[in-house]
Write a protein that binds this ligand. Structure first.
Ligand code: THG
Length: 268
């Protein structure tokens, strides 16, 4: 499973300060830590750290790719202009995070994905919000995938994210979100699109000391349903170990007594 590191986000004090100070070393330390911990892609989110979101996105992309040429990046914003600004300067393999299923946004961002040869992540929500039923989530995923394929994008360059809601507020949807992952992998297209989640959302509002447990338990449940990638904190070692163990049990890695070590050696 692809680990997308979530820590290069302007909502964190450390990153916010590094952006304000134009401190490249600190930004690169955040990236290096995540790569060491097993991230295969770095999510870049300006957050509320700066007034100039486009310029800050460009500075972050340039700072990271200067040191890590070729390492996969995700530009993460709800604003098309911020995503486009990042794409303009990005030389590395890149994922657009994200579009929704709203017509105008979808057309614009699929166009940018084609123009910049980027992968694209689609959230299964539209102008009516996040659907509460899993079939509606899958239908919005199908819409995003179909339009992407009509624009000439390969289905495997499309990531669909069923939008994980906090268990505290959407407990009755936790199973449906997993079923949406399963349907997206089995019922939409062959080859199937990829699936992704922003995992930490699940434990939003859960007492701090319980969050990691909730995160890793849900990650294992999602993995069993066909999850391909997750935006997580790779420094959460128990989370990553649970992921590695789930992959072993899904027969995605040959068994050895030191399977955690073997996985980390191959992916670190
Ligand atoms: N799907 C996709 N992209 C996403 C999300 C998603 N990008 C943004 C977000 N959701 C994923 N990234 C994060 C990054 C950090 C945290 C959660 C999600 C996090 N938040 C702390 C919390 O929840 O309490 C607060 C951080 C702080 O202020 O210190 O750790 O769903 N495609």
């Amino acid at each position: 499973m692809l680990i997308i590191g979530e820590r290069l986000n302007g909502m964190f004090k450390r990153v916010k300060k590094a952006i304000a100070d134009k401190n490249k070393d600190e930004i690169l330390a955040v990236v290096q830590e995540q790569i060491n911990d097993g991230a295969g892609m770095i999510d870049i989110n300006v957050g509320t750290a700066a007034a100039d979101q486009q310029g800050t996105m460009q500075w972050l992309v340039e700072t990271v790719q200067e040191k890590y040429p070729g390492f996969p990046l995700a530009v993460d914003s709800s604003k098309v202009e911020v995503l486009e600004a990042g794409l303009k300067v990005c030389q590395n393999p890149v994922l657009i995070n994200s579009t929704t299923a709203e017509d105008e946004k979808l057309e614009k961002l699929l166009g940018l994905a084609a123009e910049y040869k980027a992968d694209i992540l689609g959230l299964t929500l539209d102008e009516n919000g996040i659907p509460s039923q899993k079939d509606e989530r899958v239908a919005l995923g199908a819409k995003i995938l179909m339009m992407a394929m009509e624009m000439g994008l390969s289905p495997e360059s499309v990531y669909l994210d069923p939008v994980v809601l906090p268990v505290k507020f959407g407990q009755d949807q936790c199973v449906g979100m997993i079923e949406a992952i399963r349907d997206i992998k089995t019922a939409l297209n062959d080859p199937a699109p990829k699936t992704a989640v922003g995992l930490s959302n699940i434990s939003n509002g859960v007492p701090k000391e319980m969050r990691s447990l909730v995160n890793r338990t849900y990650l294992v449940m999602c993995l069993a349903a066909g999850l391909d990638s997750a935006i997580v904190d790779p420094h959460d070692q128990e989370l990553v170990n649970a992921m590695i163990t789930a992959e072993l049990l899904m027969n995605k890695q040959i068994y050895s007594d030191s399977f955690i070590k073997a996985y980390r050696a191959a992916h670190g």
